[in-house]
Structures are given as C-alpha cells and as structure tokens.
Design a binder for this molecule. Structure first.
Ligand code: ATP
Length: 402
C-alpha cells in the first residue's frame, strides 16, 4: 500500500459552545509530493481542518500523522513550530518595511548568510521574481505579493505546506492563472501541500486529490475527474458542476442494462449500477448539463425556461412536457429564445444514481446505491454494469465510498 505522508484518521474538532463538530470524523491520506485540496461552502470546516494539521487546533478524536510521525491525537499534540509545516494565508502577511529579499529570508535567519542568500535567490527564481529582490511589498501587484508569500513559506523547506484561500483577494482571471503557476512551483519544489479553497476551478487547477466537505464531514476524497463523473453523494453531485436528479428505472432488456429516464432510455453507457441495486430498479439519475445534447431531430422536446451565456456555450434550463427540469450546455451559436421548444437527448457515459427513497438531507445514507443495499444484506458489494465486459456479465468497480 502506498505510504501516506500526511495521514488523517477519523479526526474531529469540536468548538466549545457549538452544537455540532466543526470537523466530523474526517480521514484521508496524501502521498509525498502530492497536492491535496479541500473544497466546500463557507463554514464547512476547511480552515479548522487545516489548522488542526498545523497544530493550531487540538483534535477531539482520531489522529494525524506527518511523515509517519504521530503529531496529533486526543490529549497530545506536537507544537506547531516543531511540525515543520509552512503556511500561506489569503492576506499575504508580508512585512511592509522589509524588501522582498528580507521578507523571504525571514524564516531562515538561522542559516549562515551565504547559504541564506543562496536559498532566497533560489526560491525567488522558483516563483519567477528573481529580479524583484530589493522592491518593497507596496511596489508589487497582489499576485506578485502572493508569490513572495509562497517563496517565504518555501524557503525553510517545510515538510508540508498549508495554503488557506491564498488567492481570494485576487481577481478571478488572475486566480486561475496563479493556481496553475502555483501548482507548477509546488511540483518543481517537490512540496507536499494541502490547499483550501471554495473555488472549483482553482481546486481543479491545483489539486492531485480533492476533498469535498459539507457541515464538517468529508463526503469524498478523489480526483477531479471522479468527483465530477462518479460523485459519491448527492451533495458532491450538486456542488461540483451543474445538473439535476431525474426519476429513473434501471432494467435488464435482452441481457443489456437500460435506464429509463424522462429523456428516453439510456443504453449505450460504459458504467451503470445493475437493476438489483434498487428496489424495482427505481432510482434518481444524475443528468449533467453536458450529458444533454441539443438535437433538432430528437423526439423529446423541452421548453427553454432560462438561459445563461457562458461564451462558448449557453447553459439552458429546460422543462420537459412531463414537468421535469433539466439543464443543457449548448454551443452558443444555437441562440434560442426563452419559451422556445427544442429537441434534446441524453448522452450519458457514467450513470450516477442515488436511492430515491433517501431524504436529501441524509447525505451519508444516500451514498452510492449498492452500499445501501449491502447494509440490508441483499448485495454484498457494489455491482456495476460495465459495457466493456461480455454481454450480461457484471463486475464490481471500486467506488470511492464503498
Ligand atoms: P470559510 O470558507 O467561510 O472560511 P470554513 O469552511 O473554513 O469556512 P471554518 O472556519 O473551519 O469553515 O468553520 C467551521 C465551523 O466552525 C463554522 O460553523 C464556524 O462558525 C465554526 N468556528 C470556526 N472557528 C471557530 C472558533 N474559534 N470558535 C467557535 N466556532 C468556530
């Protein structure tokens, strides 16, 4: 099994006076050199989790290991300064009266001056500011100041770098560009990092692994691709990307799995739960905006309720004659008017389903369907239809949450 340089095992953090934990039984692992991202809405516990890893917050359950060393458990905590963890915050926190070089040198004043100067030059070159050593913070742009803050945090060669919303003071265009740059810088420095953001594009641009948090719980720790295509909970499905849940029935037709949806039958997919995953095959299926294709010849028509221009595409919100609402991303040269009826069909590759009977608020009960069935003893492991295997056969695919 791969060694996890940072390993969190069932950690919880409770603040005095709060009715529910700020962090609730969170577990994940990050291999050395990887960048993990925590994403979720305001107040979901991202910063608290980061502070616990830094040693700034005591944990009330579980354990945290760094480089194999136990740094936090209930009752004991290695001091923050002894963890060799660097931090970058959203407000840069540069010293205004020190120039760039002296700001970066701040954390390495224990080194002999020639080594210190060499390290300052090295990290400033890494962040692309080699020629800015003698400038002062107020003479730099927000993006440059943030890169100085990053250079300062990297200078002491931390074992782990923690970044808390480092771009939130910057404008949107710059944020995505910087996110790509910072990923390049962290990879070049072989730094293991944990990054907090509430911005999906930033998370996708930076992270090797991304954790989606909601109300203190980690719903899924996965790659960006899997979060989007194989969301483990309804919350993840709604938080990452656009889409709706539509009632569906999974059936076996002539040995092939078919999913009956308000948009017609889905047949040509690469992955789908078998009908046995749900009572009578009835479930809710996730229909993403990019799963819905505009096709004038399609028998299913939908009326345009709303449209949002996205440059290359329109995001249309559509209502079917049966009353269901779906969303569709349509190339923006198809500029239809509100109220118009257009032909649509579904083209779904990974069929994502949830138990229809689960109340939406019960995120954890409503994880991937076979887990639920496993609890009742009917099916012991997730069984998915997979188009690449011989007709009628099935095999299990590992799901993030099962
Ligand atoms: P944001 O994106 O808004 O920064 P977050 O996901 O980082 O939010 P946290 O700051 O970790 O969330 O807060 C998680 C929960 O803990 C919130 O309900 C918050 O009100 C609460 N909380 C945070 N810090 C404290 C504190 N020092 N004392 C009491 N409650 C706190």
């Amino acid at each position: 099994m791969k060694f996890m340089f940072l390993n969190l095992s069932n950690i919880s953090v409770n603040y005095a006076g709060q009715s529910s934990p700020a962090v609730n039984q969170v577990s994940f692992g990050l291999p050395a050199g990887d960048i993990g991202v925590l994403i979720g809405p305001s107040g979901c516990g991202k910063t608290t989790l980061l502070r616990a890893v830094a040693g700034l917050e005591r944990i009330d359950a579980g354990s945290i290991k760094l480089g194999g060393e136990l740094v936090s458990q209930v009752g004991t905590s290695v001091a923050p300064e002894a963890r060799q963890v660097g931090m970058v915050f959203q407000d840069y926190a540069l010293f205004p009266h020190l120039n760039v070089g002296r700001n970066v040198a701040f954390g390495i004043d224990h080194l002999p001056s020639n080594q210190r100067a060499a390290r300052v030059a090295e990290v400033l070159a890494l962040v692309g500011l080699a020629d800015q050593t003698s400038r002062f913070p107020h003479e730099l742009s927000g993006g440059q100041q943030q890169r100085v803050a990053l250079a300062r945090a990297l200078a002491p060669r931390p074992r782990l770098l923690l970044l808390d919303e480092p771009f939130s003071n910057l404008d949107v265009d710059l944020r995505e560009r910087l996110a790509h740059e910072i990923r390049g810088i962290l990879k070049a420095a072989h730094t293991t990092a944990l990054f907090v953001t509430h911005d999906q594009l930033e998370a996708f641009a930076v992270g090797d692994m991304i954790g989606v948090m909601h109300q203190g719980s980690l719903h899924q720790w996965d790659t960006a691709y899997s979060l989007y295509h194989r969301p483990a909970t309804r919350f993840v499905a709604e938080f990452i990307g656009h889409g709706v849940f539509a009632p569906a029935v999974i059936k076996l037709v002539d040995g092939e799995v078919a999913v009956q949806t308000p948009l017609g039958d889905l047949t040509d997919m690469s992955e789908c739960p078998l009908p046995c995953a749900f009572a009578g095959g009835a479930c809710d299926v996730l229909l993403r905006a990019d799963d819905i294709v505009h096709d004038d010849d399609a028998p299913v028509k939908a009326q345009i309720l709303r449209k949002a221009f996205r440059g290359a595409d329109f995001l249309y919100t559509l209502r079917l004659a049966t009353g269901e609402t779906v969303m569709a991303l349509v190339p923006s040269h198809h500029d239809h008017t509100l109220g118009e009826w257009i032909g649509i069909r579904a083209q779904v590759d990974h069929v994502v389903t949830f138990n229809r009977d689960c109340p939406k608020s019960h995120d954890h009960v409503c994880r991937m369907p076979c887990e639920h069935i496993a609890a009742s003893g009917e099916v012991t492991q997730p069984v998915l239809w997979h188009a690449q295997v011989p007709s009628g056969a099935a095999r299990s695919l590992g799901q993030a949450t099962t």
